[in-house]
Design a protein around this ligand. Sequence first.
Ligand code: GCO
Ligand code: MN
Ligand code: MN
Length: 391
Amino acid sequence: MEDPYRPKPADKFTFGLWTVGNIGRDPFGDPVRPVLNPEHLVRKLGELGAWGVNLHDNDLVPFDATSQERDRIVASFKQAVADAGMVVPMATTNLFTHPIFRDGAFTASDAAVRAFALQKTMRAIDLGAELGASTYVFWGGREGSETDAYRDPRDAMKHFREAINFLCGYVQEQGYEMGFALEPKPNEPRGDIYLPTVGHMLHFITTLDHPLMVGVNPEFAHETMAGLNFVHGVAQALDAGKLYHIDLNDQVMGRYDQDFRFGSENPKRAFLLVKLLEDAGYDGPRHFDAHAYRTEDEEGVWAFARGCMRSYLIFKEKVRRFREDSEIQALLNDLSQQDEAYQGPRATGTYSRDVAHALKQHSFDSDALGSRGRRYEELDQLIMELLLGAR
Ligand code: GCO
Ligand code: MN
Ligand code: MN
């Protein structure tokens, strides 16, 4: 029998070169895995059934490469991607590793650093375009502070806006078919990062010169680190038409930035996320921005990658069963019938003076409404039993 959870390109699973290429360095310890060549990573991901691979400029081209070296590396990588039957749907810039970015990139106080960050990003956008990427991600890893003693955070916001406006203009002038996805994160590596959550980012986008070109790239771990509900953040991005990309992984609230395998810590939240994405008809990449435990060797890395994709597909299958489970559906119907039984005046879209008048006069049985239980305990337990394999 064919394995129902075998990933296929049509599932649109992607990994970053930096994710499966993670060598397990942390602030306390040296690397535990060798550096693996990008072409090897692409080949392996293709074999596992992934659709695409994403990269930072310097995951592929070293920071100090000459233009000849760059062209040779890029041509050979392009061939490897094609040979593996893969695509590069997203690209991004490393604006955090080099010491020049110690105080930020687009928001750095030093004007020369800000200008260098723009130069590096334009070149990296060219690289992304050459590889066929249609989404360009901005994760402002160093765009933050440990102390606000010097920089006024309003200047940081202004400089970030200027950079994104400038780069939108650059992409338009080049004629690239590319949208931007801004990725919020509350902290790490900076003490605090500006624009820390999906909500902050969504508002910031409305202040840009070309807001239609720009959406968000929410990450499970990032909203969770902030103590927020990731499913709600993604829902708000969907509601705003701004879910241009998504970073899937897992994270325990209150810990360091863990980047665990998708679904490994909070499977119920992961299930509800997959349900939301599938219900909404989200058709962008399902990108895993995670890495294998530091305990693992290369085999463990592939077990990790397989695990991310399989878990997504298992959750998706659970969503299908949720929709077909007669007990769950009967409960949902019951609830919604009662919810929609109300026949009185209500707000539907725009304001109406007549409805307002009728509503002010309407008499409600507040005792009856206030005594109605919601049966969410029952429903949630049914979901748990579905997830635990008991139904
Ligand atoms: C992190 C971020 C990054 C970004 C990546 C691509 O916490 O380190 O999630 O992995 O997603 O730089 O933009
Ligand atoms: Mn992250
Ligand atoms: Mn990320």
